[in-house]
Design a protein around this ligand. Structure first.
Ligand SMILES: [Zn+2]
Length: 251
């Protein structure tokens, strides 16, 4: 793998006596599938958060995930239908009132709550954040939520984002490429070190239904590589939310 600069950065973390908290979110499961089997085999017990769309075959998914170590289930929207006009996709148009958003969110959670490993956290499809969403999630008793690309977000409920996308999406979903992926990981670590945000997790984002062979092959290599890095800890979302995000700055 193209590791040199990343290894230099990790050495800086080691010298500083700090550890990288890596967490893993996979989006868009609705039901069991061969791709989900492959994802679970690749995760192999590492902490994995599955963001599940609540309109699928939830009973079959529950049966598949029974006894699956390390897997947390969170809610990925309500039906993954784009109801926004214009270039930005999202389930909840901005003009929807709080009560309407809350009704939808509650109905979705009621379907997912019985799943093994379910935790009441929310991932908005397309990472689209309706202005009322944080308040709705708080009102509905959510322990946290996750969207895209922000670090150390203030507010309640706590938000822990994903930052590192395995895929690229423009022009059709395909593997981002090893150099781009590892370069982005290095950039994220450098930014955290410079800001003193040592405890800010790095969120790996995958989409098992969209992976090409190159993405699967790299994911297998990357997870094994990360296992072998003394400075990198796989961390579960439940642990991150229990620790209370956002994390305090410590230079
Ligand atoms: Zn999605």
């Amino acid at each position: 793998m193209h590791l040199t600069w990343l290894e230099v950065e990790l050495r800086r973390w080691r010298v500083a006596g700090r550890r990288v908290r890596l967490w893993w979110r996979d989006d868009d499961a609705r039901a069991p599938s061969a791709e989900l089997d492959r994802l679970l085999a690749t995760a192999a017990g590492r902490p994995l958060t599955l963001a599940v769309i609540p309109d699928g075959d939830i009973a079959a998914l529950g049966a598949r995930l029974q006894g699956q170590a390390g897997v947390s289930i969170v809610q990925h929207g309500v039906d993954h239908t784009n109801r926004r006009k214009g270039p930005v996709a999202g389930e909840f148009p901005p003009e929807w009132r709080r009560i309407r958003v809350a009704t939808q969110v509650r109905a979705g959670w009621a379907r997912l709550a019985p799943l093994p490993g379910a935790m009441q956290a929310f991932v908005p499809p397309w990472n689209d954040v309706h202005p009322e969403l944080p308040v709705v999630l708080g009102d509905c008793g959510f322990a946290g939520w996750s969207a895209w690309g922000q670090d150390a977000v203030e507010g309640a409920p706590p938000r822990v984002d994903a930052h590192l996308d395995l895929m690229r999406w423009k022009g059709g979903a395909r593997f981002r490429g090893e150099a781009k992926f590892l370069g982005e990981l290095r950039r994220l670590l450098t930014a955290r070190r410079r800001a003193g945000l040592w405890d800010e997790p790095v969120g790996l984002l995958t989409h098992h239904l969209a992976h090409d062979e190159a993405a699967w092959a790299f994911l297998t290599r990357f997870t094994a590589w990360a296992d072998g890095q003394p400075q990198i800890d796989w961390t579960g979302l439940p642990e991150l939310l229990a620790a209370g995000a956002p994390v305090a700055r410590s230079a």
